[in-house]
Design a protein around this ligand. Structure first.
Ligand SMILES: Cc1ncc(COP(=O)(O)O)c(C=O)c1O
Length: 403
């Protein structure tokens, strides 16, 4: 790892909110965005003049990088989105609406109680509109782990499902779900799988071909090191035919049609693209590919170990698995004698540590773990976090807890 030398915009304060968005970004991300605005300026796929062709080439190269990282069978399998939330809406609403067409039985979606609101809220909205029925599985209250056999039982009891939607890793307790087993159960029971990889892509290896998930939603601005306003949805070959597009509009292709083209990525991507964001994302993914997700995972584990060891016997409660190998580098902590908001404010004021307090848009995890409604303080690490950052965070939390 070369964490310090190539991070742009370094500051004296210690940023520990990588689960929200990564910061700083690798050198080259901001420069690629500036080039798109200052030098090219054209819209990708919209025109045959040199600048438009160049903008298209930059976007294609970012798409190819994303496909390589995921081990997707082709760049066209990745649709760019505004965020992971946008990708999740596209996937959930697209599948449910297509499955519900024709007036048969109401489509069923099986999910967990530990999802982010970006899964919970679209599902609740569809449920309230009578467009689907939702089964929300409980995860283990201690570890946050989903038992794949609970999933199998639910799928059998419901007579199958239009979709299974689950997170790869929790953005609260860091728990990495047993996704290989989850995917196997989905395959055996004939239910397509949507994986929310918001907390894993770029942090934890994910091979969509080996896994066999039909849909993987991801942010561009977290582990992929791109700018805010970027994300993507991987769609397995042929599965786009089982989804309605979330939006219809111009694609720069098949303009004679008054319906959305069937081919990917145009089926899901329309309107003028976020060319500067995608240009920056391409550089971020190239950086991740160059280092290798295996090496980034090893670095995340080293930093995570330093954090957990540093907490030692401090009177704090760490939510989720104690084994760092079982988690993404995301740690929600309850500090004895402090509300979550007060603890985060003290961490910033006294130690310059930037953490996130509250429910982290995932109230179900906090309900299950007994930390609702106050929540916890979340410390999350990224590619540029150091062992020293982790030790400092652990020491600061221990000091607060000991009064
Ligand atoms: C598990 C999980 N899913 C979805 C999201 C939404 O991602 P985005 O901020 O890109 O919309 C987040 C963001 O924190 C997350 O942690």
């Amino acid at each position: 790892m070369r964490p310090m030398s190539d991070r742009a915009g370094q500051s004296a304060r210690v940023y520990l909110d990588h689960a929200a968005t990564s910061f700083p970004k690798p050198q080259g991300v901001a420069e690629a965005m500036a080039r798109s605005v200052l030098e090219g300026g054209a819209s990708p796929g919209r025109g045959g003049y040199a600048e438009a062709v160049e903008a298209g080439r930059v976007a294609l190269s970012a798409r190819e990088a994303a496909a390589r990282l995921l081990n997707a069978p082709g760049a066209e399998r990745v649709a760019f989105t505004l965020s992971c939330t946008d990708a999740l809406n596209m996937a959930i609403k697209g599948v449910v609406r297509r499955a519900g067409r024709g007036g048969g039985r109401t489509p069923v979606v099986v999910t967990t109680q530990n999802e982010h609101n970006s899964v919970l809220r679209p599902l609740r909205a569809l449920e309230q509109a009578g467009e689907c029925a939702v089964e929300r599985l409980a995860c283990c209250p201690a570890t946050g782990r989903l038992d794949p056999e609970d999933l199998r039982a639910a799928l059998r009891a419901r007579g199958g499902a239009a979709l299974v939607a689950t997170h790869h890793a929790s953005n609260v307790c860091g728990t990495i779900q047993p996704v290989k087993d989850v995917a196997r159960v989905c395959r055996e029971e004939g239910a397509p799988l949507l994986l929310d990889a918001a907390q894993t892509l770029g942090h934890v290896p994910l091979d969509v071909a080996a896994l066999g998930a039909e849909l993987v939603a991801f942010p561009g601005h977290k582990g992929l090191m791109g700018p805010l306003g970027t994300g993507g949805l991987y769609v397995a070959r042929g599965f786009e035919g089982r989804m309605d597009p979330l939006r219809e509009g111009g694609t720069g292709s098949r303009s004679e049609l008054d319906v959305q083209p069937e081919s990917m990525p145009e089926r899901l991507e329309c309107g003028s693209a976020n060319a500067p964001g995608i240009a920056g994302l391409g550089v971020g993914i190239a950086w991740v590919l160059e280092r290798g997700v295996g090496a980034l995972r090893a670095h995340g584990l080293e930093v995570s170990r330093a954090f957990v060891e540093g907490l030692g016997g401090a009177p704090v409660r760490l939510l989720g698995p104690s084994d760092v190998e079982a988690r993404a580098p995301v740690f929600a902590v309850v500090v004895e004698g402090w509300s979550a908001q007060e603890a985060a404010a003290a961490l910033e004021a006294e130690f310059g540590l930037l953490t996130r307090a509250g429910l982290h848009c995932a109230p179900g995890v906090h309900r299950a773990m007994g930390t609702f409604p106050d929540g916890a303080v979340r410390v999350s690490f990224g590619a540029f976090s150091t062992v020293e950052d982790a030790r400092l965070a652990a020491r600061a939390l221990a000091e607060l807890a000991r009064g």
